[in-house]
Write a protein that binds this ligand. Sequence first.
Ligand code: FES
Length: 109
Amino acid sequence: MPKMTFIEKDGNPLEVDAPNGLSVMEISHKHGVDIEGACGGCLACATCHVVVHPDWYGKLAEKKDEEDDMLDLAFDLKKTSRLGCQILMSDKLDGLVVALPGAKAPWEE
Ligand code: FES
């Protein structure tokens, strides 16, 4: 099964199993990671915002315009920000790393 890592708000990494077909938001909920996902994944909030590791950002599926519009409302927006409900896990993304907004990501200065 693919794995992924969340950088939590305290900066610590948490590696978890990441079943194919589940979104990053759904995976966070299975493991008690603090990502809200208030709208349940229908692009009507920005509470599933995650900051993707730059090495992984280009490997994700393209953003829809609706995702960009919602991201504009997100807290601590970064160049590699995405909505967690729009990133679907697959073998291609095995090893994906994302940080929670507000976390001090190890790849940042
Ligand atoms: Fe609301 Fe992702 S859960 S936009």
